[in-house]
Design a protein. Structure first.
Length: 321
């Protein structure tokens, strides 16, 4: 949003001086407006992906008010940037389905394919932790990893996606080094709602599985479902018994409490809405509420909660829903 504001200020100066506006500037401004509108939650703030912050609503209104981006319906799929938007009724789910940039462009990249956020009306429910802008390198790198996002991560033996040590790290910075993500997404829409099927392969070499993730939102925006499948690959040896956590970080204003003997969780929003989070009856994971931090407002940690589902890699495929 800040870069777009600078670009629009430059555009205004050129127009004021009656300098012909390069077409590249107008094209860049339009594309940036389109992407920002797509990544805007129902509460008016931006989703917290790839080191970005929520941004002030007034600032977003200002930069999206020029042209048609403010009134046009947000796009559903940003193919080049790698984001999907599922929207129905008052609900919105945003998912990162992009491949990582390379080289100097990846210095601040977050390594968390298939991470998602969810909002309903003016309430942000499920979030990513966001960037840490006030502590040292260890905090900053931790905020860029899988565990700081609403997605699945193995507890150990995952290949480090960042350049952390040695002369390379000192000269090049903590850029992304991992290859073989192979992120995919496939979207299906019908009268019942929207299905999104996604996958990545960053666990393939270390744990012998692909992570397949499915999302569904019904036409009314009141029923949101998810499915995480760790799909065994015949050409790799699966690490049977390897522990993993499925995390759903919650916005600081959302309060979570265990219900029904611990097999479901009630989420209460500031607007007074209640959402029930539950596992399928055949799920074997351990459902918990744990502490977390949220840094999406200003880069400063705030206390919040997270829902975690702890499981272990089964013989064959492992399904959580």
């Amino acid at each position: 949003a800040d870069l777009l504001a600078d670009l629009m200020a430059l555009e205004a100066v050129l127009k004021a001086r009656q300098v012909e506006l390069p077409s590249a500037i107008a094209t860049a401004r339009s594309r940036m407006q389109t992407l920002l509108a797509m990544l805007r939650h129902k509460d008016g703030h931006l989703a917290v992906f790839q080191g970005g912050l929520e941004s002030h609503i007034g600032n977003l209104d200002a930069v999206l008010g020029q042209g048609r981006a403010k009134t046009a319906k947000p796009i559903s799929f940003a193919q080049k940037s790698g984001y999907q938007r599922l929207e129905a009724g008052n609900s919105c789910v945003l998912i990162d389905v992009g491949e990582p940039p390379r080289g100097t462009h990846s210095i601040a990249t977050h390594a968390a394919p298939l991470a998602f956020e969810m909002s309903h009306g003016g309430d942000r429910l499920i979030v990513n932790c966001g960037p840490n802008l006030v502590h040292g390198a260890d905090w900053q790198l931790a905020a860029r990893g899988l565990a700081a996002h609403s997605t699945l991560a193995f507890d150990a033996d995952v290949a480090d996606p960042f350049l952390r040590t040695g002369i390379g790290a000192r000269r090049l910075g903590p850029r992304v080094t991992g290859d073989g993500w192979h992120v995919t997404s496939r979207r299906v829409e019908d009268k019942s709602g929207v299905w999104l099927e996604t996958s990545h392969a960053i666990f393939l070499e270390t744990h012998g599985v692909r992570h397949n993730r499915r999302f569904f939102i019904d036409a009314a925006g009141e029923d949101i479902r998810g499915e995480d499948l760790l799909l065994a690959d015949m050409s790799h040896m699966a690490r049977e018994g390897a522990a993993f956590h499925l995390r759903f970080h919650l916005h600081p204003k959302v309060k979570a409490s265990l219900q029904g003997g611990g097999d479901s969780i009630l989420l209460l929003t500031p607007a007074g809405h209640g959402w029930q989070f539950r596992l399928a009856s055949d799920a074997t994971g351990d459902l918990r509420i744990e502490d977390s931090v949220y840094m999406g407002q200003s880069g400063v940690p705030q206390r919040c909660q997270q829902i975690t589902v702890q499981g272990r890699l089964a013989h064959g495929d492992t399904l959580m829903r």
